[in-house]
Design a protein around this ligand. Structure first.
Ligand code: BDR
Ligand code: CA
Length: 359
């Protein structure tokens, strides 16, 4: 059993976003986690809306105590692009949540990341599930940051599979490719990797791209199972994630999930040929807590910044043609069934607890 002393201090840098909200719920539902803070970056929606969504989702989880900090509101050098067609105008699909009541932190996201890493050297796990803008700013402010974190896990890139933004590029890297390059270079520097390994820490960041996250397809039946775990009606939850005409589930967490995910599943149905959704971000969160969920390979990776068709591509040297040391551990296989089982158990359990509180 996890105690206060053994829990993993976790900071989540997010651009909430539907699948980001699932990652936040998963973090809040995980007994081995001490959720230190959520830091907000512009991406799926603008950064202020991200901060609103993040606080509203944490309130839904009963975690209004978690510090939420606003970060960079634009990428390092490029104009911001957002994706309302994927996540809805406000970033939470068709769901409605009460306005956030908890105040925003007075700290800037990048300062928070640096301060928490310095406060507990070698202890804090950072998971990034949005563009890498905040983390790039943080490492420019504190070059020792890669040595101070216990672990960095990032959702971003498409290393051997097709992109989801341009033919070869993934969203989080495409929005701010300069930031991604700064992070990949600083965290994967050979002297940093060697120092971390000498200290008994994972040497390289774990990068989970579309190669693995698109193997985790959430389907209506997963929502039904989660509703059942929460003590709600599985058939009603499955009906609601398929159609707005079905009655809303009674459990507030299940209701949120069905309404948010209906939008995301409609998007995937139009674009990817199945009624379901890739849930990139909770998969990354789960793998940060249990790296055994994925198999990875050490690779040298760089980011294309000057392409005419490929800007934002994560170029991975699979055949070692560059003869450069690996700077990332890139996820290549995932145990999707184990992940969904855990997601249903944990977030369904959280939903059951929230129903008990609100009844
Ligand atoms: C990533 O892009 C965003 O739209 C999702 O939230 C996820 O972090 C997947 O490419
Ligand atoms: Ca995201």
């Amino acid at each position: 059993m996890s105690t206060a002393a053994t829990r993993v201090p976790l900071v989540v840098d997010c651009d909430t976003g539907i699948d980001d909200s699932l990652a936040l719920l998963y973090a809040a539902a995980s007994p081995e986690v001490e959720l230190v803070a959520a830091t907000c970056v512009a991406g799926n929606v603008d950064a202020r809306q991200v901060a609103e969504n993040t606080r509203a989702v944490l309130a839904l989880a009963g975690r209004e105590d978690v510090e939420v900090a606003l970060g960079r509101e634009v990428p390092l050098v490029r104009p911001l692009r957002t994706t309302p067609e994927t996540h809805g105008l406000r970033g939470i699909g068709w769901a409605e949540l009460p306005p956030a009541r908890a105040p925003l932190s007075a700290r800037h996201a990048a300062d928070l990341i640096v301060a928490e890493a310095r406060r507990r050297p070698g202890a804090v796990t950072l998971v990034t599930i949005g563009p890498l803008t905040n983390l790039a700013v943080a490492v420019l402010r504190e070059p020792e940051l890669p040595r101070l974190l216990r672990r960095l896990v990032l959702m971003g890139g498409s290393y051997r599979s097709a992109g989801n933004t341009a033919p070869t590029t993934e969203w989080n890297v495409t929005v701010d490719p300069e930031a991604a390059r700064i992070v990949f270079t600083a965290f994967g520097a050979p002297e940093v990797v060697a120092a971390r390994e000498a200290a008994g820490l994972a040497g390289r960041p774990l990068a989970l791209g579309l190669d693995v996250t698109e193997r985790a397809k959430m389907l209506p039946r997963h929502l039904a199972a989660l509703a059942g775990r929460a003590g709600d009606d599985p058939a009603a939850a499955e009906a609601r994630v398929r159609s707005a005409a079905a009655p809303a589930p009674a459990n507030p967490v299940v209701r949120y999930l069905t309404d948010a995910l209906r939008f995301y599943m409609e998007f995937h149905s139009r674009n990817d040929g199945f009624y379901g959704a890739f849930v990139h971000d909770p998969l990354a969160l789960a793998a940060a807590l249990d790296p055994a969920l994925v198999r990875s390979e050490p690779l040298a990776v760089d980011v294309e910044l000057g392409g005419t068709l490929t800007t934002g591509e994560t170029v991975a040297d699979w055949r070692r043609t560059w003869q450069r040391p690996a700077n990332l551990d890139v996820g290549v296989e995932v145990d999707g069934a184990a992940f969904f089982e855990r997601f249903v158990e944990r977030v369904g359990g959280l939903a059951a607890d929230r129903a008990a509180v609100s009844s």
